[in-house]
Design a protein around this ligand. Structure first.
Ligand code: UDP
Ligand code: MG
Length: 193
């Protein structure tokens, strides 16, 4: 079950000085940092990282917006001009591409047992408003789809984390050369054996 997963601290995390806090959460659970890089994302990487062709990803973002509007009693069609999750997702993706390029980001590869699921659990829900206390997004942010869409911007939720093993396998090579991913032992590996 040893997996690798991509985590990117988005620019709001750097601008708010939260890199150390975020990194320490992955370290203390026992995950191993095997690659890291401060990156100024160019549009080619941004487009590939958020692929327009991945329909379930685009629709998924639209669905999160629709659910958040319903929970807040807001009329998504009136406010966004459509209630089609794919159309809403395409609009969000444009803001997302601007957001990931808005300043340097801190990219990392974390390795360990169940790394993908563990990292997602530590990051919390996409919408910080719905993310439990104890998670990065729940402890350190407060944004919602409604606030973000009204401001015509992506949700500021501090981190990107691969959503599945397949996503991690697609994303890691976009951000890192294989030679820049390292192997070493952490003491927990002996203790947990
Ligand atoms: N996002 C947004 N509005 C939404 C849903 C998503 O701005 O209603 C942004 C948010 O920054 C999120 C990113 O789109 O991190 C990618 O969405 P995804 O559904 O993959 O969420 P994640 O995997 O980051 O939790
Ligand atoms: Mg995602």
């Amino acid at each position: 079950m040893i997996e690798q997963t991509l985590v990117v601290i988005k620019h709001d995390g750097l601008a708010r000085g939260l890199v150390g806090d975020i990194v320490s959460r992955f370290e203390r659970v026992g995950l191993k940092l095997v690659a890291t890089r401060l990156v100024k994302v160019e549009s080619d990487l941004a487009e590939k990282h958020y692929p327009l062709e991945r329909r379930e990803f685009i629709e998924g973002m639209g669905k999160k917006t629709i659910e958040n509007y319903q929970a807040l009693g807001k009329d998504v069609k009136k406010e966004m001009g459509t209630e089609d999750p794919h159309e809403i997702g395409k609009e969000i993706r444009k803001w997302l591409i601007d957001y990931i390029q808005s300043g340097p980001v801190f990219a990392m590869v974390w390795e360990g047992p169940h790394a993908v699921e563990l990292v997602r659990k530590i990051c919390g829900h996409t919408l910080p408003l719905l993310s439990p206390v104890g998670t990065i997004r729940g402890d350190l942010a407060h944004d919602s789809s409604y606030l973000a869409n009204t401001g015509k911007r992506a949700i500021k939720n501090l981190v990107h984390a691969s959503g599945s093993v397949d996503e991690a396998e697609y994303e890691i090579p976009l951000w890192f050369n294989i030679d820049d991913i390292y192997s070493y032992e952490r003491v927990e590996e002996k203790v947990m054996r």
